[in-house]
Design a protein around this ligand. Structure first.
Ligand code: B12
Length: 448
């Protein structure tokens, strides 16, 4: 069958992100089928129309990575555009349209209905290959676990235990856009997140049991990206160090394999072996992005973070001592937040030397999380509340505006305090620097 996979994500804030998920979806499809990828960062509607005409796909897979930008201070919403794209595709192609992706998996039934697609894949995209076979053989797609059909059930399937094969097709060419625009490609070293943070949909997206990729395989993929021109890669794991041993083994494999390009990842500021970040630095790690969220211990406890404020300070010191660029993400406005806890976080930040802080003010409520249950019990939402449009938790003792004022007053004149991911201004600066040949996420230029 002829399969066209589309990434409709044209967001360039904080920078354009290579559509990694589609490489796995492509890798799940048996060799006998013909697969093309249309990345709409590089393919406009005119070229897409040409592709529909000449390639004449029988199945279209649409990736829904982002629903919105989860930034209450500068909200962007993407599903309306995807809905229009589905209608546009329908006018030009009789293909069956299938939606999947991490955004889709957070609210599959709602997105399925909103977009008006034929099938959805809940969870990992490896099941797309099974759906293609079912369609080819005229079998009932509803019998494929994880496949959502109109009126079907939305129970998430168990995490995928089969083969995970990334088909990174340099000849497809779309990676060139990212290579030229900052040099960044990406890779995954494991699936699953074992943390239990109250607000987070990651366990729903990837499951909470880790499924590790062999360190040597990760290193081979990094070499492939390097050979394709990447000048930097980001490890997309929810937290690269949530399995400390595995992350150390991956670092050592990258080094032994001779990977020479720098990389970055999300890390949790947990207790780590003393030389941990030195090992990372020696393996090419350049940027550490800590999911810190708060420096008030009461908030960290409420969020069920696996660390306390003192662990954050230690992890920060360790990463800095290893010569790494360090950023911290803060998530303010959860249950129990108050002027006192915000101030505690801001005071704590004063102790973090040479860093960049990204503040997300307001926590989006996702179904299937403990925060959702709390908001229900507190009558902040009810079961009918539409969460497709972002709804942010409102704490009892402080509102978002007051938190924003506390942050912006304290942060006045500090370029290293960024609200949200920085908005279009930051994205424009990053794009200009990328065009001048700078590589990577570049937030280190803001560090103070
Ligand atoms: C790493 C990451 C980042 C990194 C990316 C770095 C890089 N160079 O790649 C950074 C920090 C830059 C980032 C930025 C943002 N991110 Co982000 N990010 C992630 C994270 C942790 C992993 C994404 C990833 O690459 N996974 C690995 C790949 C292999 O998985 P995947 O894409 O999900 O694909 C799999 C399946 O979903 C499926 N699939 C994918 N496509 C398709 C298509 C079809 C047809 C099918 C059937 C299946 C399928 O198959 C794949 C294999 O199983 C996710 C959370 C998570 N755990 O998923 C958030 C996440 C995707 N991000 C999110 C958001 C909101 C953003 C930002 C908008 C935040 C902001 N305001 O800046 C930006 C957007 C950037 C952009 N230009 O698009 C949200 C999206 C949800 C939502 N509400 O919309 C997520 C889910 C986190 C969350 N809040 O819950 N992000």
């Amino acid at each position: 069958m002829r399969v066209l996979l589309i990434s409709p994500n044209t967001l360039t804030d904080p920078y354009p992100v290579y559509p990694l998920g589609l490489d796995y979806v492509a890798g799940s499809i048996a060799e006998e089928h013909e697969v093309r990828i249309a990345d709409m960062q590089t393919v406009g509607l005119e070229a897409l129309a040409e592709l529909l005409k000449h390639f004449a796909p029988e199945i279209i897979g649409l990736s829904c990575r982002n629903i919105d930008n989860t930034d209450a201070s500068a909200p962007l919403y993407f599903l309306t555009g995807y809905h229009e794209l589905v209608a546009w595709l329908r006018e030009r192609s009789p293909a069956v349209i299938v939606c999947g992706g991490c955004g889709f998996t957070i609210m599959p039934a709602q997105i399925f209905a909103f977009l008006g697609v034929d099938y959805g894949i809940i969870g990992e995209g490896e099941r797309f290959g099974l759906l293609v076979e079912a369609l080819k053989n005229n079998q009932n797609p509803a019998e494929v676990p994880g496949v959502l059909v109109a009126g079907g059930h939305t129970t998430p399937p168990p995490p995928w235990q089969g083969e995970r094969s990334r088909r990174f097709p340099p000849e497809a060419g779309h990676h060139q856009f990212y290579v030229q625009q900052g040099g960044m490609l990406n890779l995954q070293s494991k699936r699953g997140c074992s943390f239990r943070c109250v607000y987070c949909p990651y366990p729903r997206i990837e499951g909470n049991a880790h499924r590790l990729t062999e360190p040597e395989e990760v290193a081979q993929t990094a070499l492939q990206l390097q050979a394709a021109g990447a000048k930097y890669f980001f490890i997309t794991d929810s937290a690269f160090n949530s399995d400390v041993e595995h992350s150390l083994a991956v670092a050592s494999a990258l080094r032994s394999a001779g990977v020479t390009i720098p990389w970055g990842a999300f890390f949790a500021p947990i207790k780590l072996p003393p030389k941990y970040f030195q090992v990372m630095a020696t393996a090419g790690c350049r940027h550490v992005e800590f999911g810190t969220e708060s420096l008030a211990n009461s908030m960290l406890k409420t969020y069920r973070k696996p660390f306390q404020a003192r662990d954050v300070f230690n992890a920060h010191r360790q990463a800095r001592a290893a010569g790494l660029h360090v950023a911290h993400y803060f998530l303010l406005g959860g249950p129990g937040e108050s002027a006192a806890t915000v101030t505690e976080s801001l005071n704590g930040i004063e102790q973090l030397d040479r860093t960049v802080c990204f503040f997300f003010i307001g926590i989006r409520i996702y179904p299937g999380t403990a925060l959702y249950d709390m908001a229900l019990v507190e009558s902040k939402i009810d079961r009918q509340t539409d969460l497709l449009q972002p709804v942010f938790y409102v704490p009892d003792h402080i509102n978002r505006e007051t938190i924003a004022t506390l942050v912006t007053q304290r942060g006045a004149g500090r370029s290293n305090w960024v609200v949200g991911s920085g908005g279009t201004d930051t994205a424009t600066v990053v794009r200009t620097l990328h065009q001048r040949g700078f590589i990577g996420p570049l937030w280190e230029f803001l560090a103070r």
